[in-house]
Design a binder for this molecule. Structure first.
Ligand SMILES: [Fe+2]
Length: 251
């Protein structure tokens, strides 16, 4: 379920030679992380070694099908109501707007999330770290944006979990997001973090986004307006597809 679990092969052997392959363009300007960031060990194996070939959108891609109302179930946005009982954890509302490069709302588009449970455990065969699974939490949800480009999820705050990238490596708590922009070919996968996480400075995935402002765009904000009395904390997280203010994507 996570993009990073179990990717530790080759650690400690290629740092010097591959580090030279990071281009200047990767390290300046673009808010996206470079394809190759040696501290994030999995990128050493999957980073492209040749220049990318850009394929322009065709008419069929730009006019492809939108998602209909019946594509998403009534409770798909509420990860706390997918089982007989409620999951353990801090209940949270996560909401924001999906925006295009010009700041316009992207309507009727699919937003999907996946995350670990409150103990930091994924429901995934690769995740075997010794934290409990929660029988009332699967950790996947989806919804459509409304006419204002807004999405809303109800879930529980995910826990931090260890990964094998380096010694004593722990991921900051995060929720994975997949969104579509104006076309299916505009799919963007990113991670949403929580404010003031002490693990930010130690996480190569977070740090692979080199621009501090761009890193800040991956961090949600606690918002009292989304917080519901006696029920749930609220976090705001807007997602911008493309442009100078883009939410950094995950390669
Ligand atoms: Fe993850």
């Amino acid at each position: 379920m996570s993009g990073e679990v179990g990717h530790a092969a080759g650690q400690g052997t290629l740092q010097g030679s591959l580090g030279e392959l990071i281009s200047d363009a990767d390290l300046a300007g673009d808010s996206s992380p470079p394809y190759l960031y040696p501290d994030y060990v999995a990128t050493r194996l999957r980073a492209p070694r040749r220049p990318l070939v850009i394929l322009p959108h065709t008419l069929s891609e730009l006019t492809g099908p939108a998602f209909g109302e019946d594509a998403v179930g009534e409770l798909d946005h509420d990860l706390t109501r997918q089982h007989d009982e409620e999951p353990i954890g801090q209940r949270i509302v996560v909401s924001g707007r999906l925006l295009d490069v010009d700041g316009r709302p992207i309507r009727d588009q699919l937003v999907e999330i996946w995350q670990a449970n409150a103990a930091g455990r994924y429901v995934h065969e690769v995740d075997r770290h010794p934290a409990p699974l929660d029988p009332n939490f699967t950790g996947a949800g989806r919804c459509l944006t409304d006419s204002d480009g807004r999405y809303r999820f109800v879930t529980i705050k995910p826990g931090s979990y260890p990964w094998q990238n380096h010694d004593n490596a722990w991921r900051p708590a995060h929720i994975h997001f997949s969104v579509f922009g104006r076309a299916f070919t505009d799919r963007l996968v990113t991670q949403m973090y929580f404010p003031d996480d002490p693990l930010f400075d130690h996480d190569p995935i977070f740090q692979s986004v080199r621009d501090p402002e761009a890193r800040g765009r991956m961090i949600s904000t606690f918002e009292l307006g989304l917080t519901e009395p006696n029920w749930a904390h609220g976090y705001a997280f807007d997602i911008v597809v493309g442009g100078a203010a883009a939410t950094p994507l995950e390669h």
